[in-house]
Structure formats: structure tokens, C-alpha cells
Design a protein around this ligand. Structure first.
Ligand code: ADP
Length: 542
């Protein structure tokens, strides 16, 4: 159907008859401005016409030489496209019922008997033409409706896209970060306003790689390398870099981008952010500096304290010896006691200073170990003996269970320190309570356990107490720096071993140290690779 108004209702009607006279009279009857009448004088010609044009109706003479009306009708009806064209048979007479069936079976919709009654012909044709028009109108409506719906859908999609684009833009401008996008190849495509506010580089300049001008020269290469790597891998990208602000000052940013991919994982574009981390970065640096300062202070202080302390200890020991020699002379008991107490205080001070020095050595990775053959059982007895006076003072007994020698290659002073620290804790946190020490050996591993019946340790503190300066008690109740267990663990680890604790508040604690008898080279290497950053040297001399 033509789109032009006025022609919209014009329809084609095909008249088929082998006699031109009949065609002429039929055309005369049907002549109307809104009908285009086409004629064919044979079945073949009729078929050719049907292929060329659209027809609202076919008036088909039945009795034609060659191909009769039935044959023409059945061929037309075989084609899907033409199946709905109504066919009216024009015939001299409707003979009998079989003839009618046959006519219907090949697709006839009606009959017009000859001689033709012009009124009847016009009326019938008008009915089918009207039907055809209505059908066409319906088709037309359906097509328009479809078109309307398609446009509506398109409009809706565009609206949703605009809306999400608008929201994205809004978000981009609302967040206090620089937001940028790049295409799949990594070329920068956009920046939000924050970029301009910070760098004063206009977007159009920045897009053309000039944005690198804002990056600190020392960070440019790293940025390029990492960005290329991220594009190649199509994976998240993150680096820290310095950006130059409009006033020429630089600040640290973390530059982070994620690829946006399609359903097949193909990168469509990148969305990135630049977040100002300048303050965190400086805070971190300050913290590091403060830690370094603390370590330096501990190191200097412990060294400085050690010299006069050693002199004082020597003098006190000298005095103590003199005192013991002056048997004949009168020495007050009080003076002897005072000197004894001064010696012990100097010893305690020396121990504390020693601990501080150890911590500073550990922090600098300078804890040195000197290996020699030792018997852990004998060494334990020896160290326990040194606590004899302290134990007697507090009323604690020390029982040692070590039925056989446990020989291994360790650092004597460090092992003494481990035993001493555990034992002095047992005395400190369980005054007047018995202490049981056991030394044993199993499968090449020596174990030393120190068990007390003291105050115990709360479960949530069990792990923390092995950290530097960590304490589980208040300084008002128990003095101490929180270094003893830290040093124990560092020494034990350096020897390839481990220390564990089990404890119950109000019942007591048990510390168990396990160390291989002969820490071999491979074992130590693995240990130190695992504990990177703890600042311990590989044990020397093993
Ligand atoms: P300090 O004794 O100087 O505090 P340590 O590193 O030796 O430092 O011990 C850390 C913490 O572990 C102590 O403050 C204490 O709370 C707890 N602790 C250590 N040994 C014992 C023990 N035998 N019984 C109860 N608590 C202990």
C-alpha cells in the first residue's frame, strides 16, 4: 500500500477470462476510481500478473482452454504469499455439488454465475475489497504500533542511559578524588573537575598525554611501566605517585584503576581514581622516624648506662670482698646487709640495661650467636642455683627434673638468658609458690619447661606477652619493662626453635621452649626466610 494520501485506498483487481469480450464487459461493470482493474486472458498470464502485483481479489473464469480456472487457483494457493487472495469463480453455471466442493478445495471464496448480473458483481466485489482494505488497515496499524513501540523502547533505553550517565557524572564530581577514564588501549579519555582544580591543567590538554607533566619526574617511569603492565594483563592497577599542584607543590596520591569488561571479559575501558594520601604518607614516615628514634635512644641509652653501671658493680663487688676479708675488725651487720643489697640492685639494673641492649640489637638485626657444645640439663641447674637467694627470699622452691644430659650446640649466654628470664618470671609472678623445671630430649629436639603456680595469664594476653614492651600486668603491682619474653622468643627462634605457653588465671603458668639439638644450616636459612623483617641475623658459627 502506498503511503501517499488519496492513493491509500486504491486496490488492484485481477480479471481472468480467455475471451476479451468478457473481460471488457466485466471491466465495464467494475469500473471505479478506486479500483485498478488488470486483465489476463490465460492461466499463465494470470500467474505472471499475480507474481508482479498485489491483488485484493481475483475474478477467475473457470472454463478456459489450456489451464482451466481450477488449475490456476490451485497453483496460486500453493504459494504462501498468495494464499489469502480471495478468488471468485466466474462460471456459466454451478453444475452440481461435487463441482462446488472442488471449487472450494482449490481456494474459491465465492461464485458469480454467467450471464453476469452487474449489481451482484459489484456488490460481491465491493464486499471482498472492503475486507481486503480492513485487513490492510489492520496490518498497517500493527506495523505502526510496532514502530511506535520500537521508538518508545529506544527512547526508554536512551533515557536510562542518559540517567545513568548523568548519575555517573554527578558521582564523579561529588567524590573528593580525581576520577579519570581511559580507553581499552590505555589512552586517557576524561578527567573530572577535581583534576583541573588540583593541577590547573585543562582536560583537553591533559588528554593529550600532557597530563604526565603533572606527575613528579621521579614517578613518571614507574607509572608508565606499571600502566603498560596493567593494560597488558587487563587487571587492576595501583601505584603511588606525586602530583604537582597548581602552586608547584607536590603531594602523594594513590592512583588506582579497574578495567570495565564486557560479558566475554574483554576490556572496554578503564575507570581510575587518584586519592590524596599525602598526610598518611607523612604520618607513616613520621612514625618510622619515631620508631628509629626510639631504637636509637634505647641503643644509646643502654650503652651509656652500661659503662658507669659496670664500674659501680665492680666497686660494689670489691667492697663486698673487702668486707668478707675483715674478719677481725668490727663491721656492723647493717653495713654488710646494705652492701649485699647494693650488689643485688646493681645486678638487677645490669640485667635491665642488658635487656634494653638486646632489644636494640634485635631491632638492628645484630643479635649474634656463638655456638658451642652444651649440656642443657647442667646449664639449667647452674642458672637455677644463681636464683637460690631470690627463691629463698620469696619462699619458693625450685625442683629440677633432668634425669640425663641433653647435649646440643647452642649459645651458652643466650640459653642462660632464656632459662633466667623464665625462672625470674616464675618467681616474680608466683612468689612463695613452688616452681618445677623439666629438661628433656626427644627426636633431636630439646625441651625446657618452667612451671609455676602463680597468678596465671588471661587468655587474651597469651600471644601478646611475647611482643616487645607488652605486659599482662600493671606496673603498680609488678615492676618490669615487658622485654623478658620477647627476648626469650627471639633467641629461641634464632636457634630454630619455638616457645609456647599454657596458663590458667589463679592456677599457674607453664612455658615450654623447644630447640633442635643441632640447628643445621638449611633449617636456619628456612627459618630466617620465613621470619623476614624480624631483624635477626643468621646465627653465626653453626
Ligand atoms: P615483664 O615481666 O617485665 O612484664 P615479660 O616479657 O617477661 O615482661 O613478660 C610479659 C608479661 O607476661 C608480664 O607482664 C606478665 O603479665 C606475663 N608473664 C610472664 N611470665 C609470667 C608468669 N610466669 N606468670 C604469669 N604471668 C607471666
Amino acid at each position: 500500500m502506498s503511503d501517499a494520501e488519496g492513493l491509500i485506498d486504491r486496490v488492484n483487481i485481477l480479471l481472468v477470462d480467455d475471451r476479451p469480450g468478457n473481460l471488457l464487459s466485466l471491466s465495464g461493470i467494475l469500473e471505479r476510481p478506486d479500483y485498478t482493474l488488470m486483465t489476463a486472458t490465460s492461466g499463465d498470464e494470470a500467474l505472471a500478473r499475480v507474481l508482479q502485483d498485489d491483488f485484493a481479489l481475483i475474478l477467475l473464469d473457470v472454463a478456459m482452454p489450456g489451464m482451466d480456472g481450477f488449475e490456476v487457483a490451485s497453483i496460486i494457493k500453493q504459494r504462501e504469499r498468495f494464499r489469502t487472495i480471495p478468488i471468485i469463480f466466474v462460471t456459466a453455471s454451478v453444475h452440481h455439488i461435487e463441482w462446488i466442493f472442488k471449487a472450494y478445495s482449490v481456494g474459491a471464496v465465492d461464485f458469480l454465475p454467467k450471464p453476469l448480473d452487474p449489481h451482484a458483481v459489484r456488490a460481491k466485489v465491493a464486499v471482498f475489497v472492503e475486507l481486503y482494505r480492513q485487513k490492510q488497515q489492520l496490518k498497517d496499524h500493527a506495523a505502526r504500533l510496532q514502530e511506535f513501540e520500537r521508538r518508545e523502547r529506544e527512547r526508554e533505553v536512551a533515557r536510562v542511559r542518559d540517567e545513568s550517565e548523568r548519575r555517573y557524572r554527578h558521582l564523579e564530581e561529588a567524590i573528593p578524588h580525581i576520577v579519570w577514564t581511559a580507553d581499552a588501549e590505555g589512552r586517557i579519555r576524561s578527567f573530572n573537575d577535581r583534576w583541573f582544580e588540583i593541577t590547573a591543567i585543562r582536560e583537553e590538554d591533559a588528554l593529550d598525554s600532557a597530563w604526565r607533566a603533572a606527575v613528579h619526574p621521579a614517578d613518571v617511569v614507574n607509572l608508565a611501566v606499571e600502566w603498560d603492565r596493567a593494560i597488558g594483563a587487563g587487571r587492576e592497577f595501583q601505584i603511588e605517585l606525586r602530583l604537582r599542584a597548581a602552586d608547584g607543590s607536590y603531594r602523594w596520591y594513590v592512583n588506582r584503576a579497574l578495567p570495565e569488561t564486557d560479558a566475554n571479559g574483554r576490556v572496554l575501558r578503564w575507570i581510575g581514581t587518584l586519592t590524596d594520601i599525602d598526610e598518611q604518607k607523612h604520618a607513616h614516615e613520621e612514625l618510622q622516624a619515631a620508631i628509629r628514634l626510639r631504637e636509637d635512644f634505647i641503643s644509646v641509652a643502654s650503652h651509656e648506662l652500661r659503662t658507669p653501671l659496670s664500674a659501680l658493680t665492680l666497686q660494689l663487688q670489691h667492697l663486698d670482698r673487702l668486707l668478707k676479708k675483715t674478719q677481725g675488725e668490727v663491721v656492723t651487720e647493717t653495713l654488710a646487709k646494705r652492701i649485699g643489697s647494693a650488689v643485688r640492685n646493681a645486678d638487677r639494673l645490669a640485667l635491665l640495661v642488658g635487656s634494653l641492649l638486646d632489644v636494640s640489637q634485635i631491632a638492628r638485626g645484630k643479635l649474634e650467636l656463638h655456638f658451642e657444645e652444651l649440656d642443657l640439663a647442667a646449664l639449667t641447674r647452674e642458672v637455677a642455683e644463681r636464683f637460690h637467694y631470690e627463691a629463698a627470699q620469696s619462699g619458693s622452691s625450685i625442683a629440677i627434673s633432668a634425669s640425663r644430659p641433653v647435649s646440643g650446640r647452642w649459645d651458652r649466654l643466650r640459653i642462660e638468658q632464656v632459662i633466667g628470664n623464665l625462672l625470674s618470671n616464675a618467681l616474680k609472678y608466683g612468689p612463695g609458690k613452688p616452681i618445677a623445671i623439666a629438661v628433656d630430649e626427644n627426636d633431636g629436639v630439646a625441651t625446657l619447661s618452667v612451671e609455676d603456680e602463680g597468678i596465671g595469664i588471661e587468655p587474651d594476653k597469651l600471644q601478646r606477652i611475647f611482643e616487645c614492651f607488652e605486659r599482662g600486668v600493671s606496673v603498680q603491682n609488678y615492676g618490669g619493662l615487658g622485654l623478658g619474653l620477647y627476648i626469650v622468643r627471639q633467641i629461641v627462634r634464632a636457634l630454630g626453635g619455638a616457645v609456647a605457653v599454657e596458663s590458667e588465671v589463679g592456677v599457674g603458668s607453664r612455658f615450654v621452649v623447644s630447640i633442635p639439638l643441632r640447628p643445621n644450616e638449611r633449617h636456619e636459612l628456612r627459618l630466617f626466610a620465613n621470619r623476614e623483617g624480624e631483624g635477626l641475623n643468621r646465627p653465626a658459627g653453626s
